[in-house]
Design a protein around this ligand. Structure first.
Ligand SMILES: CC(C)(COP(=O)(O)OP(=O)(O)OC[C@H]1O[C@@H](n2cnc3c(N)ncnc32)[C@H](O)[C@@H]1OP(=O)(O)O)[C@@H](O)C(=O)NCCC(=O)NCCS
Length: 161
């Protein structure tokens, strides 16, 4: 898997309300094994602290990411970011687009003041685990949870610059 093959440029842009259906639909079919991700993403999109990003390649939307802003508790009340979801169209995978989208999501997180990003992914999702490991995400020990359909999830995190 390497960088883009030169020909078509990818740009990442902020999603608008017009992109809602696209994100819900792609999440629904991508994460169908984990649970009802159409409803879950609808729920997240209704939260004020969530921002969506789209990866567009040659005018074609190839995927999306959602980042949520969380304010920590306690004395420092530091801001943290959660990568709620990232998904590409099946034909768009393996060409570096996901890595670009993830970096754009991290810039968004830094922009709203977050010092770290965390996320959950399915323990059994080897591609996602390799993808996030390559991007510098490391497991947070002792944080076990599960998806609506029962698969175990791991929490990964990365400090942001
Ligand atoms: C996970 C996902 C977003 C990765 O996007 P992508 O565009 O395919 O990934 P990239 O091409 O940018 O790959 C970046 C790095 O991730 C790793 N990686 C990506 N796909 C991989 C695979 N199939 N096997 C092993 N490593 C892989 C590699 O280290 C790669 O770097 P390299 O190209 O220098 O080898 C995409 O596969 C996807 O949408 N999957 C379905 C949804 C999902 O699982 N989302 C994550 C859980 S929320």
């Amino acid at each position: 898997m390497g960088a883009l093959d030169g020909a078509t440029a990818v740009r990442c842009r902020a999603a608008s309300a017009l992109d809602r259906t696209y994100m819900v639909e792609l999440a629904g079919r991508t994460f169908v094994d984990l649970g009802d991700y159409r409803s879950i993403i609808e729920h997240w999109l209704d939260a004020p602290r969530v921002r969506g990003l789209l990866a567009v390649e040659g005018g074609v939307t190839q995927g999306f990411a959602l980042v949520a802003r969380h304010r920590g508790v306690g004395f420092f009340r530091s801001v943290r970011a959660e990568l709620v979801a990232i998904a590409l169209e099946p034909d768009a995978r393996g060409r570096g687009i996901g890595a670009q989208l993830l970096r754009a999501a991290e810039r968004e997180a830094v922009d709203f003041g977050a010092g770290e990003m965390w996320l959950h992914t399915a323990d059994e999702n080897r591609v996602a685990r390799a993808f996030f490991a390559a991007a510098g995400y490391r497991p947070k020990l002792g944080r076990q949870t599960s998806y609506p359909n029962g698969q175990s999830a791991i929490e990964l995190r990365r400090e942001l610059p």
